[in-house]
Design a protein around this ligand. Structure first.
Ligand code: HEM
Length: 213
């Protein structure tokens, strides 16, 4: 084979790091090789199913009759979201912090408009990334709720249910950051514990405030 056509395997050969300049080499190759179902975000999602089911159960009355339970629902969401002010501060210089703040601002505006004064719950104390996962992941549920209410003929929905600036992109970033974590690492175990604690805050807020029945 003429030399000019031989494959270039020398150290100067380009590698995938040129295509993914922002990411760490080991992280990129791990993310590419790992099947989606085994990446940490999916492992975390599977671990959160019982907590998500519990949350859905607690907010079921709202899904059945959103008009009657709107004040209660918004109050519980704001009470829970206040508990995440610390991770929002920690992520303030980051798109994730800005997106979490957009959720908080929407809820504060909705509750102020309705004259609601929710009772705060104890602050969340875990990692900022787990907080962003739960707060921004819950926006997938908010979109579903928006569609559900529109299908019932409800219009002029509170800001909480509308598309909020930066949230979609921030959610993608959360997924990327989670997928860069080895699911068997200590960091993954901590994030799983912290995400559980974050779900519990929503459960606490839902059970602390009496619903309007
Ligand atoms: C009636 C209440 C709720 C409903 C109907 C609901 C519904 C949903 C739906 C449809 C998704 C998208 C699932 C998918 O893409 O396959 C989702 C995702 C999610 N929800 Fe909820 N949700 C509710 C309450 C909550 C609450 C209270 C929390 C916690 C704050 C929460 C946290 C999450 C998270 C973290 C995800 C993303 C999971 C992932 O894809 O990794 N949800 N929810």
């Amino acid at each position: 084979m003429p030399m000019a056509l031989a494959p270039r395997l020398d150290s100067a050969a380009p590698t995938h790091t040129h295509l993914f300049p922002a990411a760490n080499d080991a992280t990129v190759s791990q993310a590419i090789r790992t099947p989606a179902a085994e990446r940490f975000r999916h492992v975390l999602r599977a671990a959160m199913i019982p907590h998500h089911d519990a949350a859905e159960f607690l907010f079921d009355r709202f899904m059945h009759d959103p008009e009657t339970h709107m004040d209660w629902f918004l109050s519980t969401q704001l009470a829970a979201t206040w508990a995440f002010v610390e991770p929002m501060r920690a992520l303030a210089g980051d798109d994730l912090g800005q997106a979490m703040l957009a959720v908080l601002n929407a809820l504060e505006a909705d509750c102020a408009r309705r004259g609601l004064t929710p009772t705060p719950v104890a602050p969340y104390q875990g990692s900022a990334l787990a907080a962003a996962y739960v707060l921004l992941g819950a926006r997938l549920g908010a979109t579903m709720m928006q569609r559900h209410m529109e299908s019932l003929g409800m219009t002029a929905l509170p800001a909480f249910f509308t598309k909020l600036d930066g949230v979609g992109d921030a959610w993608k970033t959360v997924v990327e950051r989670l997928d860069a974590i080895d699911p068997t690492s200590a960091e993954a175990a901590t994030l799983t514990t912290d995400a559980t604690a974050a779900f519990k805050i929503f459960e606490l807020a839902a059970t602390a405030a009496p619903p309007q029945d």
